[in-house]
Design a protein around this ligand. Structure first.
Ligand SMILES: *[C@@H]1O[C@H](CO)[C@@H](O)[C@H](O)[C@H]1NC(C)=O
Ligand SMILES: [Zn+2]
Length: 343
């Protein structure tokens, strides 16, 4: 979802140029390589990350957003490009902890459809979260903008944030979601107050998966260094439904409005690419809760075993004592003279 969006600047509304594409149907993802050859490449995104097979790289540093908390621009431009909602970001938002000096370009979303809680692009061990946000950056040391950077390996760095449903609305996401009503139709854009963009990210920016991949929409250029955080951000069910139900993929003038839904691509072949992980795995894939339960179970088991052994031994001792007592009594019934005979 990066092609024309990357060229989106100022208040210009963004509608995709180039060959028309959709997710399903005659222009669906199986046909993308026909008009966009890179979409048939061997380093495509998204992927299904098998977390147990990711290679630990403890040298991967925590990501450090700079200037995300106080954007210099008082307003951001939010647009519906017919494929997603895209928020243009100023290059004063810079991301450290990557090989290069990356500056933000835009962020956008992928989601499912009302009533279906599955719309993220990246999967973790086959699990598809309800939605996913992509924050797109370009290497500002080597390139002047994302449109130029997207043609070069490692030119772009995208953060993938998984969105799950929780009890409470997320205030930072509300800064975007409450304006979707102003960009219902493809080609519309609006200016919204800027806000702390870092609050859209998960807490732990040191725990992530890293691999080399592509744009997940045509033209699918293989120029993206991907970072996917396993820690999701929680939005409310109402917020998810706002994302799923507010936008049309069609322009206002079109007779039959089409809801913009299911804008996620199927997982792509890994083809021998390494997937790195910045943090060690918990033993055997148990969650912290399970580990606590196992330790508790083991401790309870040990205590039980101790008690069994302790009382068992006690009982044995007392039986032995009783037995000795019987022997003693039996022997004591004999006369002292008898005992002299047996010697
Ligand atoms: C990504 O590709 C670059 C070469 O373009 C390579 O140096 C780097 O190690 C790769 N990163 C990963 C995570 O595979
Ligand atoms: Zn995307």
């Amino acid at each position: 979802m990066l092609n024309v969006l990357l060229l989106l600047g100022g208040l210009a509304p963004a509608l995709p140029a180039g060959p028309h594409w959709e997710y399903e149907g005659p222009h669906g993802q199986q046909h993308w390589p026909e008009g966009h050859p890179a979409c048939g490449g061997r380093a495509q995104s998204p992927i299904d990350i098998a977390t147990g097979r990711a290679r630990l790289d403890p040298a991967l540093p925590p990501l450090q957003p700079q200037g995300y908390d106080h954007p210099e621009t008082p307003r951001f431009t939010l647009a519906n490009n017919g494929h997603t909602a895209v928020l243009a970001l100023p290059p004063s938002l810079q991301l450290q902890g990557l090989p290069g000096a990356f500056a933000a370009a835009q962020l956008h979303f992928h989601w499912g459809r009302p009533g279906h809680a599955a719309g993220a692009e990246h999967l973790l061990d086959g699990h598809r979260a309800p939605a996913e946000m992509h924050v797109v950056h370009f290497d500002a040391e080597r390139f002047s903008d994302a449109g130029e950077a997207q043609h070069h390996a490692g030119g772009l760095a995208v953060l993938g944030v998984l969105l799950e449903v929780g009890a409470d609305p997320h205030p930072a996401y509300d800064n975007i979601l409450r304006h979707l009503g102003s960009i219902r139709y493809a080609g519309q854009s609006t200016s919204i107050p800027s806000f702390n963009v870092q609050n859209l990210l998960p807490q732990r920016l040191d725990r992530y998966y890293r691999y080399n991949g592509s744009l997940t929409t045509p033209p699918c250029f293989q120029s993206v260094l991907w970072t996917l955080f396993p820690e999701p951000v929680h939005i409310s069910r109402d917020q998810l439904e706002q994302l799923q139900g507010s936008l049309y993929s069609t322009e206002e003038a079109e007779a039959e409005p089409q809801l913009l839904v299911d804008n996620f691509r199927a997982p792509q072949e890994l083809n021998q690419r390494p997937v790195l992980v910045s943090f060690p795995r918990e033993p055997e894939g148990y969650s912290t809760g399970e580990v606590i339960a196992i330790i508790f179970g083991a401790v309870a088991g040990c205590v039980g075993l101790f008690l069994a052994v302790h009382f068992g031994a006690k009982r044995m001792r007392s039986r032995r004592a009783q037995a000795q007592d019987v022997v003693f009594k039996a022997s004591s019934r004999r006369s002292p003279g008898d005992s002299g005979i047996s010697r």
